[in-house]
Design a protein around this ligand. Sequence first.
Ligand code: NAD
Length: 267
Amino acid sequence: MSNKIRVIVSGAGGRMGKEVVKLVLQDEELELAAAVDRSTMDIDAGRLVGMEDSGIIVTSDLEAALAGSNGDVVVDFTTPQSAYTNTALAIKYGVRPVIGTTGFTPEQILELDKQCKDQGIGGLIAPNFSIGAILLMKFAAQASKYFPHLEIIEYHGDQKLDAPSGTAIKTAEMISEVREELRQGNPKEEETIEGARGGYYNGFRIHSVRLPGVFAQEEVIFGGFGQSLKIRHDSYERAGYMPGVKMGIQKVMGYTGLIYGFEHFIE
Ligand code: NAD
């Protein structure tokens, strides 16, 4: 019997889902159990991602896939509207959820944790699977103890709707947990153009750059006497999330309950 981890990909036809299908088909420790997408179906999952036929046809019914494909883990990159239902359904069938979809409330996370514990399975919800971005947050938080004067600059494509990015907010939160209380800059500072100094968060500023051609970048700049320190992460494509997704798939096999946030896996 194969000891590969059997993975169901939910949202297989989406931008992230296709990367997950490629990951699973290319990785010797993983096996594609099923592929589900509500708007891309009846096509071989391998062909969908430009690879050889895999023998797994994409279907539209997640519940049937959970019930009938003997999956160990479901990886979901769909939409905030379906994320909770899909996760609860996976847990009901004893299939460990690894969820990249955003949009869970704290109450939903608590409820899903309880469901995972009742079923005796592990689960993961990770709003950011990029190991580099998580390391940036951790390093920035550490540096802020010694360099409490800092600014965050994040760069994304010009069609992004929200600003600042979720990653920048998470970075700011992690910094604020350890940085001393400090309102930076000149208290008499005035903006002659509104927004010139960026968004205010707990004493420091966050700037959002939006340009075509940019995928996702973030830097934290620390200023001290006679020196500065920059910590920067550049993301070029969605494939960059896949080492994190693979780590998540492997980790959920080994614990019980729901973990929220990939940073808990990075020491
Ligand atoms: P996308 O729109 O390209 O893909 C979503 C896919 O899900 C579509 O093919 C759609 O048909 C399918 N889908 C929607 N609802 C479904 C359902 N109920 N059942 C089955 N299939 C369904 O989106 P994307 O860019 O791949 O992003 C998907 C999600 O992942 C978003 O919430 C996004 O914010 C998030 N995301 C997370 C990370 C991370 O690191 N955690 C990284 C990038 C994107």
